[in-house]
Design a protein around this ligand. Structure first.
Ligand code: GLN
Length: 539
């Protein structure tokens, strides 16, 4: 097993995750199999309970683990599905150490950060790496070098480099910031120097430094970083700001990162094939025309909360060849702001993403009614789908108090409810339905045409579901169930009289990839284009 560790310095938010994902991609382009591991130095065991405001979207894997959004980037860049053990958090490590201590596994020894916690980190890394059967594990350490939280992880990686023996089997890539300051616009290397010094004080000498800056840095600046930080100047890689994250693997390849990492890891060079990736990015940039899709959510100010949706639209832009502009609507404001409501008239499509809790639902209901009545193409995801049922029950079935029991436990018309058997709640205690599961689509339905098949697998993250008691009335009035789970759960609702009004209980956004945009996003954008009069209508 060979390892590449990617650390970050100076500040967070430098795109370390995208860098690590891009490195993974350029290995893959050489036929070198890689397995990414994301280390999150927080005490949460997983990201399931984390507030999207603080941490961005919670990403869900096939196996149902709720993880950091960076794992989503890995999946998108690699085009592969990962499992929950690819995310190692401090909480997970400590939990396992404490369980071992309670079982007596440490034979009465004093349990310490070194060697026990670091030992556990190494064990987890090796376990994931080796069980994947990949040649190279790419380990991204969340946070910034110097943070107290990341110390045990960096120490574990230092030890790991020693253990893997020849230094050639492990590479350290450090990402830093090179800011431009002053009237003359001078690029400053001092933050990089400090951050590398910090890393060296922990016993880690980086092999490669990836500098983030607004514009490319000059060769003089590279020389300077090389001199002060002890890396050869060709190992200083300049990554300027880019308009599209998917350009990064191509850029790193041009800068020679792939060949150099292969050398460090002692892997014989192999031919590179980034053809499919390149043609995706070319199509993305060449996209002409534009459709605007409204995204109505309660975390509209923090776009990372809906990262996978955003990325799915980017993939679709490459796939369909039309620019997709997302217009963010704050769901809470939309409920009460008439000006904002009017602005919905100017969009060609609407996406209502998932969510939890009462806040913002009135705005989402408003957008759903607007889409239904005006024929604006709509995709409702998870909560967006559940609320489509609520809106329909209220305004078409004439049940003004219809609701989800998540928001009104006492409603007489619980169109969305917890799973009940003979009146008793079965999934009490809040257990969520998580992970990938089969969905069977109805033949001849819009969704089956869009997917081009009947049997699909999609990822789930929900607790509530459509109440079967209302389905007959929905169908009678033209809101059809066109997708089921094998256990009978309603997975898809669509409105055949409407150009494109589709709600799905699952989360399609997690499965969209640059080279294969998700069919529902493609469907929505095509329908939006048709509404504008400029394109092929939805199939
Ligand atoms: N709050 C809803 C539920 O628990 C929807 C969840 C979601 O949108 N992810 O079922």
């Amino acid at each position: 097993m060979k390892y590449v560790a990617v650390t970050g310095g100076v500040i967070s938010g430098l795109g370390k995750g995208i860098t690590a994902s891009s490195i993974s991609r350029i290995f893959k382009a050489r036929g070198v199999s890689v397995t990414p591991i994301k280390i999150d130095p927080y005490l949460n065991v997983d990201a399931g309970t984390m507030n999207p405001y603080q941490h961005g979207e919670v990403f869900v894997l096939d196996d149902g683990t709720e993880v950091d959004l960076d794992l989503g980037n890995y999946e998108r860049f690699l085009g592969e599905s990962l499992a929950g053990n690819h995310n190692i958090t401090t909480g997970k490590v400590y939990r396992s150490v404490i369980e071992k201590e309670r079982r007596g596994d440490y034979l009465g020894n004093t349990v310490q950060i070194i060697p026990h916690v670091t030992g556990e980190v190494k064990r987890l890394i090796r376990e994931v790496g080796e069980s994947s059967g990949a040649e190279v594990a790419i380990i991204e350490v969340g946070g910034t070098v110097g943070d107290i939280e990341s110390m045990p992880f960096l120490e574990a990686l230092r030890e790991l480099r020693m253990e893997v023996g020849k230094k050639e089997d492990m590479a350290f890539v450090h990402t830093t910031l090179v800011p431009v300051v002053g009237a003359v616009g001078e690029a400053k290397t001092k933050p990089t120097q400090h951050s590398v010094r910090e890393l060296r004080s922990l016993g880690i000498q980086p092999d490669m430094i990836v500098t983030r800056s607004t514009n490319p840095i000059s060769s003089e600046i590279k020389q300077k970083i090389s001199l002060f930080c002890g890396v050869r100047s060709e190992m200083v890689i300049s990554v300027p700001d880019m308009s599209c994250i998917y350009d990064l693997p191509l850029h790193l390849e041009e800068e020679g990162v792939g060949d150099r990492l292969m050398q460090i890891l002692n892997i014989p060079q192999r031919p590179v094939d980034l053809g499919g990736w390149k043609s995706f990015t070319e199509r993305y940039h060449a996209a002409s025309g534009e459709v605007t899709v409204a995204v109505v959510g309660k975390y509209a100010e923090l776009k990372d909360s809906y990262l996978s949706h955003t990325e799915a639209f980017h993939h679709t832009q490459g796939g369909v060849g039309v620019k997709v502009r997302m217009q963010w609507f704050d769901a809470e404001d939309l409920a009460k702001d008439a000006e904002l409501q009017k602005r919905l008239n100017s969009v060609q499509g609407i996406l209502i993403p998932g969510g939890y809790g009462r806040r913002g639902i009135d705005g989402k209901l408003f957008a759903l009614q607007h889409a239904r009545e005006t024929g604006t193409p709509l995709l409702g995801v998870c909560l967006g789908f559940q609320l489509a049922a609520v809106e329909f029950a209220r305004n078409v079935l004439g049940l003004p108090d219809a609701n989800s029991t998540e928001f009104d436990p006492g409603t007489k018309n619980p169109v969305v409810d917890l799973l009940r058997e003979q009146g008793k709640v079965v999934n009490l205690g809040g257990t969520q339905h998580l992970g990938s599961e089969k969905v069977v689509l109805t033949e001849g339905s819009l969704v089956s045409r869009i997917y081009g098949r009947k049997d699909i697998r999609e990822r789930h993250r929900h607790r509530y579901e459509i109440n079967h008691e209302f389905i007959e009335r929905f169908e009678e009035k033209g809101f059809r169930v066109t997708g089921h789970a094998p256990d009978g759960r309603v997975e898809v609702l669509e409105m055949p009289k409407h150009p494109f009004y589709v709600g799905v209980q699952y989360h399609p956004e997690f499965l969209s990839r640059p080279e294969s945009p998700h069919p529902l996003y493609v469907g929505l954008v095509r329908a939006a284009l048709a509404r504008q009069g400029g394109g092929t209508p939805a199939p």
